[in-house]
Ligand binder design. Sequence first.
Ligand code: URA
Length: 432
Amino acid sequence: MALAAELIRRKRDGERLPADELAELVLAYARGDVPDYQMAAFCMAVFFRGLDGAETFALTDAMIRSGETIDLGAAIGRKVVDKHSTGGVGDKTSLAVGPIVAACGVPFGKMSGRGLGHTGGTLDKLEAIPGFRVELTTEEFLRQVRDVGLAIIGQSANLVPADKLLYALRDVTATVDNVSLIAASIMSKKIAAGADAIVLDVKVGDGAFMKTIEDARELAQMMLELGKHAGREVACVLTDMDQPLGHAVGNALEIRETIATLRGEGPPDFTELVMSASAHLLAFSDLGVDEDAGRERAVAAVQDGSALAVYERWIAAQGGDPAEDALPTAPVVREVPSPRAGFVRAIGAVDVGMAALRLGAGRRTKDEKIDHAVGVMCLAKRGSAVETGQPVAEVHARDDDSAARAADEIVAAYTLGDEAPVGTPIVLETIS
Ligand code: URA
């Protein structure tokens, strides 16, 4: 193959690389034949010079070929749907969408990742449930999707190993937030994991990779094209991440909020996002319904208790205790009073995420242990009117010192003003 140094030079100088040379570089890296320092330099060259559509297809395709792939539809004998989020603060959407979709009779099988930075990922949230097993064999995973209708597990080591290496490298070399690299990373995993139809939740705002709607549109369009190229149906919902999603940020707190939402008692923004994603997934399914009818079924599954019943069956099937009072609780709960009267104009999502991380809800390095009980409840959301001294948030902490520090950080994360801000819907737009 062309020397890695040569490909780095050509990309650094803005050249378009042929698909076979790009593929060889990625596959050689996955085999351990190209060292981290050269791949890091290559990612930085890509960060500045970008990849065009053909290069991004080639990268995605090579990453998929670096490991095994699953044909979920063939294994289950049904059309299988999946959802993925680009990641945000307080994002527990899959945990509520899975049971709703499964309760409507559509199999939902998802392989998920752990979080790094801000707060825990979906697997970390699930591990807040005592006994819950995220490691199932592929056989156990498929059997559970068939029998229970729902399984969420850790990504198998053989699925897109090139991304596992590359994502970890990008994470420590400031090369994560490039549209082509993100699109290839996410879509290689989604395509290899084998769902027929995928709903992608692209977060936009302070707490997201994509800070502007224009960048989010570009990422959505790229992922849509990669999915269609691989023969998958894809819809992207662009959603607001300028404040934490729902109230809860922190692993056990987010599981509690999920259960409340499945009971029909969730926060309005989170409930709307869950219903919107569920409606898209049901419209993609083999039920033969459109999005409006899908939404009606999703709402009915919450109202008649069937979504909550599926949640309980699913958690028990993976060894967990579905009872809410089995979840860990933090020893210190401290209210965060508003320093003044007014309207909440903004809540810095990253600031809240970082406060939760420092409480122990997230990890700074991949080996750090997570404290599942701690986190933040953002009681007052953007647009709420608050009085002086009224609690705008609650800090759930391991001890008084960390609670006091987090309370100061949360006060600083809230921006209060004299006028209510203009309302923003949770779903900003849909691209399909
Ligand atoms: N999530 C991923 O899986 N990959 C990225 O590159 C960014 C977010």
